[in-house]
Structure formats: C-alpha cells, structure tokens
Design a protein around this ligand. Structure first.
Ligand code: DCP
Ligand code: MG
Length: 357
C-alpha cells in the first residue's frame, strides 16, 4: 500500500554570509564576525559567525545590541554579489546529483535523491560527498539532514549544526520528533507556537498526544497537517520546476508619506497588480515580501512565509499589512513594494491530505 520510501536531503550552509567573510578574510577566522548593518546605525544583523553566537548575537537583532553584547565583534557589510555567486556554485553541485533540487534561499535546498541510487544508505553517502565537495571547492561548511520527507530532513539538518550530518530513518522518526520543540515543526510560526503553548504543547510528543479532532477544532484545516506531521508524515514533493523566482511590483510615491492608512491603500493597489501577474502565469507563492524605502533612501524589506501558497489580492494584502505593522516608521516613506517569491504552479497540490490515516 505504501509507496516507495523517498530519500530527501536538506542542505543548509553554516553561518552562510559570515563563513564567506571568514573564508575571504583570514584575519576574521576564529573571531566573532557580524554581517549586516553597522552598530552606529539602525541596521540589523543578517547573520553572524558561530564565535559571535556564543555572545547571544543572532539574525535580525539590532546591530547596536550586538555591539553591546560583544564590543570586540567585527562588523562587516554584506557582499551580496559574492554570496549569490557562491550560491550558484552550491546549487550546481547539488544539481550534479539530481535534477530534483528545490532551493529555498541562497544557502538552502531540498534534494530528492530517491532515483539516484538503490542502496538504503545512499542518501547518506550522497550527503557526505556533497559536504566534502563544498568543503574542498568552496572552502565552506554545510549541514545536511537526510530523511524520507522534507520536514524531517529540514529539522535534521539543523540538529547538529555546524558541519552536521543527521540521518533519520523511518524507524527513528517518531522518537526523533518526540523531543523536537513545536516551533521547529513545519508551518508553526510565532503565533501558532503561542497557541500550542496555551494548549500545553511544547514538543513533538505533546503534539502527538492530541487527536485529529482536537487539532482541527483549534486550527481547522491546518489541524490535519499538524496531526500528520506529528506522525512523521509529510507528502510534499521536492519541486524543482519553479517557474520564476519572484513576481513583484513597487511604486515610488509622488510625495513622501508617513500615514499608515495611506500606505495600506497603496499596498492594496500593489497587491491587485501582483495578484493579476501571478494568476496570469498560473502560479502562487510561499513568501510575501514588503519593501519600504524611506525618504533618506534607506531601504528595508520584511518577509513572511505562508503555510499555503498565495495568489489572491486579498491574501497578499493581508500579508503586506501585517508586515507593515512590524516596520518602525522612523521617517517618511518614498517607495513601497510587494513581491511574492518561491513560486509554485498553482495547480500542484501542496498538501495532499492522506485519507489512509
Ligand atoms: N539572513 C538574513 N536575515 C535573516 C536571516 C538570514 O539576511 N533574518 C541571511 C544571512 C544568512 C543567510 O540568510 O547567512 C542564510 O540564513 P540561515 O537562516 O541559513 O542562517 P545562517 O546560514 O547564517 O546560519 P545557520 O548556520 O544557522 O544556518
Ligand atoms: Mg544556513
């Protein structure tokens, strides 16, 4: 009855931007390096080296705070062109093992290597070989998770970072998931995590103790997904056939504005335009990105991943408005933009509910 067990690998580079900086500037090696905004600005940390993480510094923290936590940290501005080039090389290495590579960001991808070998352990061997090649040709470390579906592979790649390789076979899955914090489960963001906390659910084991009815009672349709994840079930395919990376629209305002209601009106028009382009191409996207450029040309972006891909104007607008709420309007705004990324064909089911369970 059960289909062939898949071999899915999730690869995620370690402290990606910071590792590239330490590779290219040997004087940074072994030191706390922070990539992002400089500490005397309002900028934030994009990422930091593991040496900097020891001081409690992390992504999205204000750079000023990072400098307070670790005064001797080395702050550098991102070199996006270099990271993009490294990313292309990594993806080329992945693609030499399988056509089924689904990049999630510059430093992260899912691979389906089911067809690439017959032996049970070959997923592990492929992951080990990719790690070696990335080390030898790019001078960088990467963590790999190997399992039979996407969500466990992703949790596994994070399990022994940095330079980790974690293999979770179907036999190990339930005991592995038991201790995983609920916030790491696919589709559980901050808001959902808080609702789980109120239900007394902190781990995978707690989640598994709830019935399907209890879960759908609280989360409606999403409850089915959580029920299945708790049992190690995730049928989402690795999707290599992304049509395009992103579809978006931005507009420079005739006059700079500081009124949120006016901004929302503009976001509504942008959402409609973006939705039309998506629907014309028959795609929907998993990430909505809001771009805000201030009067002084400082530009920020805020992004959110949605549990099921969006294409309608109302869904896109709802995301954009909630992203805008997170933005501190420290100055008048001269440009607003919305883009939708991680595009998938809208007719491919992203979560086929398994009736068998
Ligand atoms: N990034 C960013 N802003 C964030 C998070 C990440 O600009 N809030 C960028 C910088 C990271 C890169 O994306 O280097 C990859 O993100 P990851 O979440 O994979 O983080 P790292 O690769 O830096 O560290 P880890 O070893 O935890 O994967
Ligand atoms: Mg990473």
């Amino acid at each position: 009855m059960e289909r062939e067990v898949r071999k899915i690998i999730h690869m995620d580079m370690d402290a990606f931007y910071a590792s590239v900086e330490q590779r290219d500037f040997p004087e940074y090696r072994g030191k706390p390096v922070v990539v992002g905004g400089l500490p005397n600005t309002r900028g934030v940390v994009a990422t930091c080296s593991y040496e900097a993480r020891a001081y409690g510094i992390h992504s999205a923290m204000p750079s000023r705070t990072a400098a307070r936590l670790c005064p001797q940290a080395i702050f550098v501005r991102p070199r996006m062109d270099v990271y993009r080039e490294v990313s292309r090389e990594i993806m080329r290495i992945f693609q030499s093992y399988t056509d089924l590579v689904e990049p999630l960001s510059l430093d992260e991808a899912y691979l389906d290597v089911t067809a690439s070998g017959t032996s049970r352990v070959s997923g592990t061997l492929i992951a080990r070989e990719m790690k070696e090649r990335i080390g030898a040709t790019l001078g960088l470390t990467v963590s790999a998770g190997v399992s039979y579906n996407k969500f466990i592979a992703k949790i596994a790649s994070d399990y022994q970072k940095p330079d980790g390789l974690t293999v979770i076979t179907p036999e190990l899955a339930l005991s592995f998931l038991s201790d995983i914090p609920i916030g790491k489960f696919f589709g559980v963001g901050k808001v959902t995590e808080e609702r789980f906390r109120q239900l007394g659910v902190a781990t995978g084991a707690d989640l598994r103790a709830l019935t399907r009815e209890q879960l759908t009672g609280v989360f409606s349709q999403r409850g089915h997904q959580f029920y299945e994840l708790a049992r190690g079930v995730d049928p989402r395919p690795v999707q290599a056939d992304r049509v395009r990376q992103s579809i978006g629209k931005e507009t420079t305002l005739a006059v700079d504005i500081d009124d949120r209601a006016q901004m929302i009106a503009i976001l509504q028009t942008l959402s409609e335009t973006v939705s039309e382009s998506l629907e014309k191409r028959g795609v929907a996207g998993k990430i909505v990105v809001l771009k805000v450029k201030f009067r002084d040309f400082d530009t920020i972006t805020r992004r959110m991943t949605v549990p099921s891909a969006v294409h309608s104007a109302s869904e896109i607008l709802a995301c954009a408005v909630s992203l805008l709420e997170e933005v501190t309007l420290r100055d008048k705004v001269r440009l607003l933009g919305i883009s939708v990324q991680r595009l998938l064909r809208a007719d491919v089911p992203h979560w086929v509910q398994l009736q068998l369970f």
